[in-house]
Design a protein around this ligand. Structure first.
Ligand SMILES: Cc1cc2nc3c(=O)[nH]c(=O)nc-3n(C[C@H](O)[C@H](O)[C@H](O)COP(=O)(O)OP(=O)(O)OC[C@H]3O[C@@H](n4cnc5c(N)ncnc54)[C@H](O)[C@@H]3O)c2cc1C
Length: 378
């Protein structure tokens, strides 16, 4: 949408990903003068010359349980609002497939998740290895394993659909979307100015920076946020034939010993159904420049990860060995020093940042966006 460059807006949100679209909606439903600047997902990654987002996918795990209370509260508050967002936007993004943590004697992950989850009263169930096998017969777990199950409140969201829903609601409340990229953000005597790739300049009383993994590479924050941005390779197996039924009750899974996260079969825009997994590894490459980030998003990720991850998942779900079609995709994780999103003013009171999903920002994104909206409007 076109905007007059001379107009002074109330708040401009830079970045229309999971955090930025949520912050925009919360602000637009409270006030007028709200603008969100950010490009759409590129149709062709190879020819794209701009920034990318970490939400170009159909599956993100969502669940209340987490070892850290802040993540529990953000997820709980967000998940409590999913139904309202879906209803009012008419866009469905949440599938309540449940969540299973597959524990192991060497890991206290399930225990920490259960303890933190109990504080907000989330319904969870502990499972023995026999119960895991009987509930999910496609899983091959050893006798030492234990399970932590969260049902109604857990499952997966489509991050693409969630951004669409937030954007639609924000626009319905009067916000304006500008499909452009910010190149520079700077203070003036009256507020903040944002220069865009198109050559336009927008003016605003205040700004929220929500540019995910591209925040440092684009040099948008006035202070160094000490972010570490690293690449993640994900592996997808095409699910066909008998596997569709066999895996129809599959929950989202975290395998505590390896840290693997696994999404059940989900339909993708190409019409196919894929099961997806990723595992954080020490060899994940750190990126600092725009060029390196762009190359990573255009590439196929790590071939070594493809081999290791597909071997791992075929051990856990042996029936996947009949899958003939495996492929990889890439994404970046934005990690902060303390493992929580950074949501605060980064100047004397005009610019707030909301960045640092730490690889699990999707589930509670609506709450992280709300916190940014609360800070800038107080
Ligand atoms: C492989 C992988 C798996 C994940 N799995 C999960 C999961 O299962 N569950 C979960 O909760 N989380 C998961 N996450 C994390 C989650 O996707 C991120 O935490 C979340 O996307 C962060 O939201 P964000 O808004 O900060 O960043 P993004 O979603 O990346 O959005 C940033 C936006 O800013 C825009 N932008 C960048 N630069 C500019 C600029 N200069 N001008 C304007 N706009 C700009 C981009 O276009 C983008 O749309 C995963 C992440 C990865 C990489």
């Amino acid at each position: 949408m076109g905007l007059k460059g001379t107009k002074m807006h109330k708040v401009i949100i830079v970045g229309r990903g999971l955090f930025g679209s949520a912050a925009t909606r919360h602000l637009a439903e409270r006030s007028d003068g709200i603008v969100c600047v950010g490009p759409n997902e590129p149709k062709n990654r190879q020819t794209h010359t701009g920034v990318f987002g970490s939400h170009y996918d159909e599956g993100r795990m969502t669940r209340v349980v987490d070892p850290v209370s802040e993540w529990v509260v953000a997820a709980k508050n967000s998940i409590d609002r999913y139904a309202d967002l879906e209803h009012r936007s008419g866009i469905k993004f949440f599938t309540s497939s449940g969540y299973l943590g597959i524990g192991d004697p060497t890991s206290d992950y399930n225990e920490s998740c259960a303890a933190a989850g109990a504080k907000v009263g989330v319904a969870i169930q502990k499972l023995s290895s026999t119960e895991i096998r009987s509930k999910f017969p496609f899983l091959s777990v050893d006798n030492n394993s234990d399970g932590l199950l969260e049902t109604e409140t857990a499952g997966h969201i489509s991050p693409r659909a969630m951004v669409l829903a937030q954007t639609k609601l924000a626009e319905m409340a009067g916000a304006t979307s500008v499909f452009d990229q910010a190149t520079k953000i700077f203070h003036t005597s009256k507020g903040v100015e944002i220069e865009l790739t198109s050559g336009k300049t927008l003016k605003s009383e205040k700004v929220i920076i929500a540019t995910g993994g591209f925040t440092s590479a684009c040099g948008l924050s006035p202070v160094d946020l000490n972010l570490r941005v690293f690449g993640r390779t994900i592996v997808l197996a095409k699910i066909q034939g008998s596997l569709i039924n066999e895996l129809s009750e599959m929950p989202t899974i975290i395998h505590c010993k390896t840290g693997a996260y696994i999404l059940p079969p989900i339909r993708y825009p190409d019409g196919n159904i894929y099961l997806k997994l990723g595992i954080g590894t020490n060899s994940d490459t750190t990126f600092t420049t725009l060029k390196d980030l762009q190359e990573w998003f255009k590439g196929k990720g790590s071939e070594e990860n493809r081999r290791e991850f597909s071997e791992f998942i075929q051990n856990l779900i042996p029936s996947l060995s009949i899958c003939a079609n495996w492929h990889t995709d890439t994404c970046v994780v934005t990690q902060t020093q303390n493992g929580l999103p950074i949501i605060r003013y980064v100047d004397e009171g005009k610019i707030v940042v909301v960045v640092g999903g730490n690889g699990k920002g999707a589930k509670g994104a609506d709450e992280w966006g709300k916190v940014a909206a609360d800070i800038i409007s107080s």
